[in-house]
Design a protein around this ligand. Structure first.
Ligand code: ZN
Ligand code: ZN
Length: 387
């Protein structure tokens, strides 16, 4: 029977001893396996995973390894379960936990950090100095589920209470998986100094973070919000999420268009979500003097950057990893107040057993897929009806 020292459970939520879990073998190879259901320790809960979204970073980890780090190295053939954008129901409480109750619906942020390094103490737990140190005699207790500890492509997972975000009953499972995506955009804007209403923003790259970046910037009062990209169908969704202007960079020069749309001077903030080779040089030319650029994509190649332009114009560049400083809570507040409809980026749902198909849809953008969600229970594969 499922149990652990000081762990509270409820007959309303019976917990099996083992669960289905996808495990990463060689690069690109996922296998469905059985694993023991993990047991929460102090300040942790057990989450029954009700839905998990696939992220571009999952695809990166499954095929190439980084930014995952398991037992000090690559994540392959280590019985590692990826997946990090999940939500679910609290079904067991670790010793002393009274912040959440059994049966409560929650979504999660990824990084618990170690809680003891300089950055964790500052709330920058996504830049924890003990990233991946959670094993053997270097165990600092760091957790980032789906990156350095087991993640969400399974039925149950243990989460530190600091990573939980309570959600209202009215928020669907699918929408709740998107809180962390909106939280990443929110964290970027927080680190740039906190967006003040009336400041101008460009978002480059209409992927999930870019599209929700548009929504978050608009909800914070940015004006105008300009979105650039190459796919008209995604730019259209960007408009629905609050972009005042969209620019298809296949049809016009993005830098010129941005400067024209904002009175010739460039914008206060650029959120770079494309990872394109020329993205940084474009972004610094879209920014006005003293403007700030948030780099939120992981490009594959190193690229030369016009440093002189940055210095002459006092432009600030910020590398932003994940969602620190409890940005997910602020994102969730906007979403539960219906300040924007994040579900516009959710396109497909598959059963957990069909994870490889779901991943193919996300990777190859089959059927214009944007966010693909996987659910352990009670779903047949479906495309969400376009509105
Ligand atoms: Zn992600
Ligand atoms: Zn830390």
């Amino acid at each position: 029977m499922y149990s652990g020292p000081g762990v509270k459970t409820s007959p309303d939520f019976p917990i099996p001893d083992t669960m289905k879990a996808w495990v990463l073998g060689n690069p690109g190879e996922l296998k469905l396996a059985q694993k023991p259901v993990p047991v929460p320790k102090r300040a942790e809960v057990l989450v029954r995973i009700d839905a998990v979204a696939i992220c571009a970073t999952d695809l990166e980890i499954i095929d190439h390894g980084p930014p995952a780090s398991i037992l000090g190295g690559m994540p392959f053939n280590k019985n590692f379960t990826p997946g990090h954008e999940y939500m679910g129901t609290v079904v067991a409480l670790g010793p002393g936990v009274d912040e959440y109750r059994i049966g409560q619906r929650i979504t999660v942020e990824i990084h618990a950090g170690c809680g003891q390094c300089k950055r964790c103490r500052e709330g920058m737990y996504t830049a924890c100095h003990n990233y991946g140190l959670n094993y053997g005699d270097v165990d600092k207790g760091h957790r980032a589920n789906g990156f350095t500890t087991d993640g969400g492509f399974c039925e149950y997972q243990v989460n530190h209470i600091n990573t939980l975000v309570a959600i209202p009953d009215a928020m669907s499972d699918e929408e709740a998986t998107l809180v962390v995506t909106a939280g990443t955009a929110m964290y970027g804007l927080t680190e740039l100094g906190g967006l003040v209403a009336g400041e101008s923003v460009v978002v480059t790259g209409p992927g999930p973070i870019g599209l929700l970046g548009v929504a978050v910037a608009k909800a914070l009062g940015a004006s105008p919000v300009i979105l650039t990209g190459t796919r008209d169908n995604r730019l259209k969704i960007g408009r629905e999420l609050g972009a005042d202007h969209v620019v298809n960079v296949r049809n016009e020069d993005a830098v010129e268009a941005v400067r024209r749309l904002n009175g010739g001077k460039g914008v206060d903030y650029v959120i770079e979500c494309s990872g394109a080779p020329n993205a940084v040089n474009d972004a610094i030319r879209m920014a006005n003097r003293g403007g700030k650029v948030c780099l939120a994509a992981f490009p594959h190649q190193e690229t030369p950057v016009d440093v002189a332009h940055i210095v002459r114009n006092n432009i600030y560049l910020y590398g932003i990893r994940g969602e620190g400083k409890t940005a997910t809570h602020r994102a969730e507040a906007f979403m539960s107040q219906k300040r924007f409809d994040a579900t516009k980026i959710h396109t497909h749902t598959f059963p957990l057993d069909d994870l490889p198909t779901a991943i193919r849809y996300a990777k190859d953008r089959v059927d214009d897929a944007i966010k693909v969600v996987v659910k352990a229970k009670g779903v047949a594969a479906h495309r969400v009806a376009a509105e």
